[in-house]
Design a protein around this ligand. Structure first.
Ligand code: NCD
Length: 329
């Protein structure tokens, strides 16, 4: 891997030693724990990994990654599995909660202790806020947060930032719009936390008032020094954007079904609204999509969400490599 990194980053050997030692064995609980330099190393390696995303490269031979998904997932679970397999590693997965001893009442701590003993890294998704942090306190092996409640989804944010970086060759100087359920979508919180590490020109928060980011996230944005603006009207700002990041309404996280009914269907990206766009704009979405982007938008040059999903494999290959590869020159 050292060779791969040296090929893509033209820096002295000590640089690689330092980079590799900061990544090795690390938990990934929130993107706040990663510096801009860490993220740029990840992106550089991910770009190299794109070449191996279909063919594979034996970097993690003998390593086992445990997948512990306590919530539904398609892309995150499969792309983590594919990433480990393409690197020559192996994957264990307890399947659904119903198929494991959790259905018999086993507690999370005991489940984590077992996965810790059986594997070299644990990828966990859980409906409870803070579950990944809790697991990391128990496990000796690295724990990777694949989504905890409405709090964090750091590896999705890494993919989102990578997609922007790939499309524009930079993140600095861009205007980024976040559209939709900014209150409950964990990808939004993690993406905001990642964006503030770069010199973003402007952050547009586009949502109905009820779906504004939670108070603690608004405080974080306010304290970060980022230039931001809130509006509920996409058409007012769409022509200022370089990136439009859309999320679905997180119906399952609404404490009150009536609150959901009030905002259901309150925003949509349509061909009509895109007619206003006069410059390069990319539309991203962590997926799954429900009804917030019209299907016709998929065939436009704006739509990059399927490309973004495909980057899940090389980014997670790079991440697993940096965390798990035993250091060597
Ligand atoms: C997201 C999630 O689970 O938070 N999905 C994903 O990992 N790509 C987004 C969502 O569920 O809306």
């Amino acid at each position: 891997m050292m060779i791969i990194l040296m090929k893509c980053l033209k820096r002295p050997t000590q640089y690689y030693m330092r980079v590799l030692s900061t990544w090795h064995g690390r938990d990934v609980i929130t993107i706040l724990d990663f510096s801009r330099e860490d993220l740029e190393t990840l992106f550089t390696l991910a770009r190299e990994m794109e070449r191996y995303a279909k063919s594979g490269i034996d970097i993690l031979k003998g390593k086992i990654v445990a997948l512990a998904f306590f919530e539904p997932s398609t892309r995150t679970r499969l792309s983590f599995a594919v990433a480990a397999l393409r690197l020559g590693g192996k994957v264990i997965d307890f399947g659904s909660v119903e198929a494991s001893s959790i259905a018999k009442g086993e507690n999370l701590a005991d489940t984590i202790r077992m996965l810790d003993a059986y594997s070299n890294a644990i990828v966990i998704r859980h409906y409870i806020d803070g579950a990944a942090k809790f697991a990391a306190e128990i496990a000796e092996v690295p724990v990777i947060n694949a989504g905890d409640g409405s709090q964090n989804h750091p590896t999705q944010a890494m993919i989102d930032l990578y997609t922007i970086w790939r499309e524009f060759e930079t993140i600095d100087g861009l205007s980024i719009g976040l559209l939709g359920d900014l209150k409950y979508a964990r990808t939004i919180t993690s993406l905001i936390q990642g964006l503030v590490k770069f010199k973003v020109s402007k952050l547009y928060l586009i949502s109905p008032l009820q779906l504004k980011p939670r108070d603690e996230v608004m405080q974080f944005i306010g304290g970060s020094g980022i230039n931001y603006y809130h509006t509920s009207d996409l058409s007012e700002v769409i022509n200022d954007l370089d990136v439009l990041y859309v999320v679905r309404i997180q119906k399952e996280r609404f404490p009150d079904p009536l609150e959901y009914e009030r905002v259901k269907g309150s925003y949509k990206v349509s061909l009509e609204i895109l007619k206003k766009v006069k410059k390069k704009l990319i539309i991203l979405h962590p997926l799954p999509r429900v009804d917030e982007i019209d299907l016709e938008v998929d065939n436009t040059e704006f739509a990059k969400y399927f490309k973004q999903a495909s980057y899940g494999v090389p980014v997670r290959m790079a991440l697993l490599t940096l965390i798990l590869k035993d250091s060597e020159i």
